[in-house]
Design a protein around this ligand. Structure first.
Ligand SMILES: [Fe+2]
Length: 274
């Protein structure tokens, strides 16, 4: 197994490893690299669905995604990304096609536990576009001006699926649309590394608790402008059979889009709670 940085400040690239046959020593090395780099890319994996889900369970608690309609019928913990991109009338369903665009973390709205990680496995990759971008949120924290960092101490944000505009809420079943907001501190301490990160997610953001609307909106705009440090990004160009797992507690990501609608882009996805 070889582990090397995927970019100077976020991501690690792993080659020469079959994740279905890892030794304990390899697993510990891999998990530590994941904590150190926030994102792992492991090339050339050949997973069956049970193997893909078994790998997810090594990282934490496997949980079916709130969006029920893209769950696999036999394995509900498996979400199929990039299928059913067209409506019955043949038109592109933007809620599915554009899913995951815009910087965000996964699951700040999750009421069942802490959204620890997301893993994806690439099955069909378009010839152009369709990259996934990652950003190191420890770096974003460390780059905050001191006065702003002090102001953010103790500030909490509320999140619901799709945020104020309820983006993508059409993907949810009616029962799942009214889940209560979930609160997160804007400055978050990682339970395993002890490092502090900026935790902000404009996509699912509702409001800052106890802050008047004008002040909250201004603060949200300021965090949006500061949350991605250009020198702490990694843009992942997918290869077929890449396995990627990221830590939602200390990184943000975005689907870049920009691929032809008539080319398939299909991934298996699993959601992992602490
Ligand atoms: Fe996402």
């Amino acid at each position: 197994m070889r582990i090397e940085p995927a970019s100077p400040k976020v991501g690690a690239l792993v080659t020469g490893l079959d994740m279905t046959r890892m030794t304990d020593a390899e697993w510990h090395q891999l998990y530590q690299a994941w904590l150190d780099h926030q994102v792992l890319v492991v090339r050339e994996q050949n997973f069956t669905i049970p193997q893909f889900l078994a790998v997810a369970e090594r990282f934490g608690k496997l949980t079916p995604h709130r969006v029920r309609r893209t769950r696999d019928a036999e394995y509900p913990a498996l979400t199929r990304m990039g299928v059913n991109t067209r409506k019955p009338d043949g038109k592109v369903d933007q809620a599915v096609f554009a899913r995951g665009q815009g910087w965000h973390t996964d699951g700040p709205w999750e009421v069942r536990g802490v959204s620890k990680a997301t893993q994806l496995y690439g099955l069909e990759i378009p010839s152009i576009g369709g990259d996934t971008w990652f950003a190191n949120m420890y770096a974003s924290h460390d780059a905050l001006p001191e006065a702003l960092r002090q102001r953010l101490e103790g500030v909490q944000a509320e999140y619901v699926y799709g945020g104020r505009e309820r983006l993508g809420v059409d993907l949810l079943d009616p029962d799942d649309r009214d889940a209560p907001p979930v609160l997160w501190p804007v400055l978050r301490t990682h339970p395993e590394t002890g490092r502090r990160s900026l935790y902000f997610n404009p996509y699912h953001f509702l409001r800052f608790t106890g802050m008047d609307e004008a002040e909250g909106n201004a603060l949200a705009e300021e965090l949006k402008a500061r949350m991605i440090q250009p020198d702490a990004e990694y843009h992942h160009k997918w290869h077929k059979h890449d396995y990627v797992v990221w830590d939602n507690r200390c990184s943000n990501h975005a689907a870049a889009g920009g691929y032809p609608i008539d080319q398939p882009r299909i991934h298996w996805r699993a959601t992992i709670l602490e």
